[in-house]
Design a protein around this ligand. Sequence first.
Ligand SMILES: Cc1cc2nc3c(=O)[nH]c(=O)nc-3n(C[C@H](O)[C@H](O)[C@H](O)COP(=O)(O)O)c2cc1C
Length: 203
Amino acid sequence: MEPVNVAVIYYSATGTVHALAQAIAQGAEKAGARVRLRKVAETAPKAAISANPAWVQHREATGDIAEASHDDLAWADAVLFGTPSRFGNPASQLRAFIDTTGPLWFEGKIAGKVFSAFTASNTAHGGQESTILALSNTFYHWGGIIVPPGYTDPIQFQSGNPYGTSHVAGDGAPGDIALQAARHQARRVVDTAAALKAGRTAL
Ligand SMILES: Cc1cc2nc3c(=O)[nH]c(=O)nc-3n(C[C@H](O)[C@H](O)[C@H](O)COP(=O)(O)O)c2cc1C
């Protein structure tokens, strides 16, 4: 069977979600998938970015990562979306990309894919679950198959978010536990997508 195609589509201003996205991409590759790591386009005003050195630095450091396109979504069997929490919701940059997908949705090119999500917030109760659940609203509308990590691996009892990998950015960069959880989430998504792909090929 053809390998599973996985798109990791994320937004990150200061690098936390980017670090999780890289671990997700590694986990998916290790599980046998073909992977596209894609950031969404920046939409914030230049003045806002230049007022934050960490934002400027991260933007420069990830200049070579391709921007997400509709082709990435259409190509993928599974998509993992990553976003920082913004007042309990996904970042507007990721929403802006999602809000361009009407034509793909209308043509039935998104339905039936596997979806999963990961996030970061500055504080432990800063809206991680609500951010992932808010993204799930879109997955329902797309007719997606939502695959959360749950408590399906011992690492989940340490990192502890069954909705999706999440990290408290106020504690510093994601450490080994969050990165392991990210890799586990990716593996679970790939395994599920592979089973679906095999089943559909056999139909
Ligand atoms: C407009 C805005 C709203 C935010 N809202 C919250 C929030 O409600 N709770 C929280 O814990 N962190 C909040 N944050 C912090 C971000 O979630 C945090 O900086 C982000 O997860 C870091 O990810 P990144 O390094 O990938 O950009 C907010 C940040 C911004 C800029």
